[in-house]
Design a protein around this ligand. Structure first.
Ligand code: SF4
Length: 313
């Protein structure tokens, strides 16, 4: 596994699979393709609807969401779509994420339009049927919509989770032992702290007595870890982490460097510079001092730096 595998709604990759034979190519995927293995999937084609095909939408029928034809309500592909999602889940469990087409009655993650049988708009809080079943089957799989990836904080959060998921799958492939689980946790500690102090403490407690715990601990650990990372990392938490990490270097820094590092973290706290600024200074000192504990911390580089995600948060 040389890079994370991420499934993508095929129309976002420029594949002409939409109901009208068109696509919705999402240019940012060209950037992501340098760091991820992207694989297209079109659930509507997957259930045998051709291209072109009659458009479908989400319809509330007797309190249940169904996928029905827009013009011909007798076209009902709800069960076919649910079954397709259930069959795809084991395959997508071997991936590290899913980038879903927003607004789609099949792929949309949230805020999808829901209609009544007469075609009146009821609300915009639906989830595409394929993605809804998939996220229930694989609650730890990072899922995001292409529209939300235009928001730097949401893109950063999604890609952080994708790369953690990928490292976890690699760990599983090697066989998880108490020692390897502990090492995995140690290296992700400060990343977790940036997202949730509560989860940071809870995960530490969970692994405190690993020798006397069963194999289910690893699954429980990963579920809690991914739930914690799904919460956006807030600026005060980043400041807290930066101060902790600076503490590992401080006795090797002279007064001037220590003061400069403190001041740069403060400028980040005040929102005057992005996260990359204090991090770059911290990494600069770390490259000279080479603290072995800091060297292992994924917080310093949770994903390839070339993605530039911390330049905008
Ligand atoms: S949104 Fe999903 S179902 Fe619709 S064309 Fe794109 S990949 Fe296919």
């Amino acid at each position: 596994m040389s890079r994370p595998l991420v499934f993508v709604s095929a129309c976002l990759l420029g594949q002409p699979v939409r109901y009208d034979g068109g696509h919705k190519r999402f240019p940012y995927l060209d950037v992501l393709a340098n760091h991820l293995e992207l694989r297209g999937i079109c659930p509507e084609v997957g259930i045998g609807l051709g291209v072109p095909r009659p458009p479908i939408n989400l319809v509330a029928v007797n309190g249940e969401l169904r996928l029905l034809g827009v013009k011909d309500r007798s076209l009902d592909v709800s069960e076919k779509m649910r079954e397709f999602a259930r069959r795809q889940a084991p395959l997508m469990a071997q991936a590290d994420g899913f980038i879903a087409k927003k607004d789609s009655p099949s792929c949309g993650m949230a805020r999808v339009r829901v209609y009544d049988l007469a075609g009146n708009l009821l609300h915009k809080h639906g989830a595409g049927l394929f993605t809804a079943v998939l996220s229930q089957a694989l609650p730890q799989l990072p899922i995001e919509e292409e529209g939300r990836l235009n928001d730097p904080a949401l893109a950063e959060n999604f890609l952080t989770r994708v790369f953690v998921h990928y490292r976890w799958r690699n760990l599983q492939a090697e066989g998880i032992t108490p020692a390897s689980l502990l090492e995995f946790h140690t290296r992700h500690k400060y990343l977790v702290m940036a997202h949730s102090m509560r989860a940071y403490r809870a995960l530490g407690r969970m692994l405190a007595d690993l020798k006397n715990s069963g194999p289910e601990t690893a699954a429980r650990y990963f579920a809690e870890l991914m739930a914690a990372l799904a919460r956006p990392a807030r600026r005060p938490n980043h400041v807290n982490v930066l101060q902790h990490l600076a503490g590992y270097l401080s006795d090797r820094l002279d007064c001037r460097d220590r003061r400069e590092l403190t001041e740069v973290v403060e400028t980040y706290r005040r929102g005057e510079v992005p996260l990359i600024v204090p991090l770059t200074l911290l990494r600069h000192h770390q490259s000279r001092i080479r603290n072995p504990y800091l060297a292992g911390q994924y917080y310093l580089e949770p994903y390839p730096a070339a993605l530039g995600l911390r330049n905008a948060i």
